[in-house]
Design a protein around this ligand. Structure first.
Ligand code: ZN
Length: 183
């Protein structure tokens, strides 16, 4: 099942999401639907708040970036209750977009390397270190479960310049080829 994607202006995107435990109902179905929704909208990551669920879960699949780095092919993962425990390395700039902020792409500066603790879909714990595009996508999705959007990370002047377009999104003035919702 493909979920509609909540866009800028929706309260759920601004909440700090809550951890889940293994009693969470229909988790596998939810994860499958998250991937289906992400592929349908041609995203490389999708966080639960983007489909209206304020829980600490996100999915990624960096395969569309495989031309930049062959290890990105098949990097498909589910992160549950993740905690970024360390951010290091030089910061670098990458042109980001977000399914919840349609029609806007901006250069965002983030640290290169992260260490992250998380549970997989079987609630097995992992602790891993990532860099490059993988760390980039994970940090973007992690921000979503903290109630942060990538546009929050721009300079004050860029934010000012984007204000009108961000307001337009909240009023439904945008086009996407996937289903959206504002609530
Ligand atoms: Zn996003």
């Amino acid at each position: 099942m493909v979920y509609p994607i909540f866009v800028n202006g929706s309260a759920v995107l601004r909440k700090v999401a809550k951890d889940i435990d293994s009693t969470y109902e229909n988790l596998q179905e939810f994860v499958d639907n998250m991937f289906e929704t992400m592929y349908k909208s041609e995203g490389v990551g999708l966080a639960a708040p983007q489909v209206g669920k304020s829980i600490r879960l996100f999915v990624v699949d960096t395969t569309p970036f495989e031309e930049d780095d062959p290890t990105l092919k098949g990097f498909k993962k589910v992160f549950i209750n993740p905690v970024i425990t360390e951010r290091s390395g030089n910061t670098w700039v990458f042109n980001e977009g977000c399914l919840s902020v349609p029609e806007i792409r901006e250069d965002v500066e983030r640290p290169d390397i992260i260490k992250i603790k998380y549970l997989d879909e079987n609630f097995k714990p992992h602790e891993e270190t990532y860099d490059g595009i993988k760390a980039r996508v994970i940090q973007h999705e992690y921000d979503h479960i903290e109630g942060i959007l990538f546009v929050d990370r721009l300079s004050a002047i860029r934010k000012k310049l984007l204000k009108g377009r961000l307001n337009a999104i909240t009023k439904g003035k945008f086009k996407t080829n996937y289903k959206t919702r504002i609530l």
